[in-house]
Design a protein around this ligand. Structure first.
Ligand SMILES: [Zn+2]
Length: 75
């Protein structure tokens, strides 16, 4: 533990997005709390926000990812 984690990640004025990787499903039990750096466009699904570690896996395994991948750097 370094410092304290609190719920203020979503406070107004803070636009840090959290990684939803590797599958874009928060209920998959594989939560990642890293800051998302990429957004991956998906077919008929919300964009998938992922950290660098999960960028590769999410492109290959998340649902609805366009191919070839269409992604952009968000921060
Ligand atoms: Zn991640």
């Amino acid at each position: 533990m370094n410092g304290h984690f609190s719920n203020d990640a979503l406070r107004p004025g803070t636009s840090e997005a959290v990684c939803l990787g590797p599958y874009g499903d928060p209920s998959d039990g594989m939560d990642c709390s890293s800051t998302a750096r990429f957004q991956v466009l998906r077919h008929r699904q919300p964009v998938l926000l992922v950290c660098p570690v999960h960028l590769g896996p999410s492109l290959l395994m998340a649902d609805g990812v366009l191919w070839p991948p269409q992604l952009s750097l968000i921060r």
